[in-house]
Design a protein around this ligand. Structure first.
Ligand SMILES: NC(=O)c1ccc[n+]([C@@H]2O[C@H](COP(=O)([O-])OP(=O)(O)OC[C@H]3O[C@@H](n4cnc5c(N)ncnc54)[C@H](O)[C@@H]3O)[C@@H](O)[C@H]2O)c1
Ligand SMILES: [Zn+2]
Length: 364
């Protein structure tokens, strides 16, 4: 196995292994990482069907498995209770460990079951979507949604290890794959100019999911997120840069009634926020163009699919929890790999600036 990327958090650290073919050794690796534990796997039902029952046979796993129906609607307290009850029924005790196989939904759920079952079990994440590999598996946040909003009930409980096998991405629907790429572009933009250049130089191999190129992309993105969160675990200060593009993106997702995927909204949010940065002189002209070109070449749209009510989007941004005082604060890039830092990691922007940013992503 090649060297893992190490994510450090306040109590300890955990390895993120990224390697094509890794999951053909899952049984053995899980046994090593969760030594002397009785292990249960919690798996996304689609991934379970494809990789544990189907002919793909890329995941070696012979232990007990609980499945979760695919999709965000499974990320609830009801599913958490059902999974916990199933573990109790099967008499899993304090000496147990869990494996979460699937996208961010399964990962967040498995992590939350692990955080609460018998006051906390160790667990391994096996992300099978690009978004889960580059984003959801790093940082230790676990939880479920409620009718009041997403991720409102949860716990901070980092995994013991993460195993990402880029070969599993072969079956990921195109739209899901591209959504993950928006986060990779964000990582280059906020922290690493060389990575941003590399993304620009490898768009064809990335789109064809060439496994070694995807492995590099996942490793770089994980390393960048890991570096940011390990410096600033509980999201004061620098961690705000991970929110680049996201203040606009969350408001767009909401205003589109979740017609846009998270990644599609992040692509639009990155463009809008780069335009805002140019507008206030935080970034030089041309940044939004460069970021937009890269997103386009990665198959992500830089225009909204249909008109949205701009005032509703702005109201959505005002609700964003990162606001201080009355003004909207954004984490703005100055150039690829470097954040604008005049007044800290985020900058207050006016409604007029925001309108200029939103206009740039309006239907042409
Ligand atoms: N904990 C964190 O820090 C963090 C960060 C970002 C996002 N998230 C959470 O992650 C979730 C989104 O994650 P996601 O985009 O992975 O969604 P997801 O888990 O719903 O997966 C998307 C879809 O892809 C399918 N799928 C997964 N792997 C597949 C594969 N290899 N082949 C074919 N189909 C496959 C799933 O069945 C599902 O339908 C959200 O709930 C979000 O809140 C958490
Ligand atoms: Zn995101």
């Amino acid at each position: 196995m090649s060297e893992p990327v190490v994510v450090t958090h306040s109590c300890a650290s955990y390895p993120v292994y990224v390697e094509p073919g890794l999951l053909t050794q899952l049984d053995a690796i899980a046994g090593e990482q969760l030594k002397d534990k009785r292990i249960a796997m919690i798996a996304d039902a689609v991934v379970h069907q494809l990789y544990l029952q189907g002919r793909l046979g890329r995941v070696s796993w012979s232990g007990e498995t609980l499945t979760v129906p695919p999709g965000e609607s499974s990320k609830t307290r009801d599913t958490w209770a059902r999974l916990s009850n199933q573990l109790l029924d099967r008499r899993f005790g304090r000496d147990s460990g869990l494996i979460g196989l699937g996208g961010g939904v399964t990962g967040d759920l498995t992590g939350f079951v692990a955080a609460t079952y018998m006051r906390g079990l160790p667990y391994i994440l096996v992300p099978t979507t690009l978004l889960a590999m580059v984003d959801a598996s790093v940082g230790g946040k676990t939880g479920v949604n409620t009718p009041h909003g997403k991720n409102l009930i949860g716990a901070f409980h980092p995994p013991a290890a993460v195993l990402a096998d880029p070969l599993t991405l072969a079956t990921l629907p195109e739209r899901e794959y591209r959504s993950g790429l928006a986060e990779a572009v964000k990582h280059g933009l906020i922290a690493d100019p060389h990575y941003f250049d590399w993304l620009e130089a490898h768009t064809a191999e990335i789109l064809s999911r060439e496994s070694h190129v995807v492995a590099h992309l996942v490793r770089r993105s994980v390393a960048i997120k890991a570096e940011v969160v390990s410096q600033d675990e509980r999201e004061a200060g620098r961690r705000a840069i991970l929110n680049a593009g996201h203040t606009v993106a969350h408001a767009l997702e909401q205003a589109s009634q979740y017609e846009l995927t998270h990644g599609e909204a992040v692509a639009l949010g990155l463009i809008a926020e780069c335009v805002i940065a140019e507008h206030i002189g935080a970034a030089s002209k041309g940044l939004s163009q460069r970021v937009g070109n890269l997103l386009n070449r990665l198959g992500l749209s830089t225009r909204l699919p249909r008109p949205l009510d701009r005032s509703a989007v702005i109201r959505g941004m005002e609700m964003d929890k990162k606001n201080r005082g009355n003004s909207i604060h954004l984490a703005l890039a100055a150039r690829p790999g470097e954040m604008y830092r005049r007044t800290g990691w985020t900058t207050a922007v006016s409604e007029e600036d925001i309108r200029a940013g939103l206009a740039a992503v309006e239907v042409a």
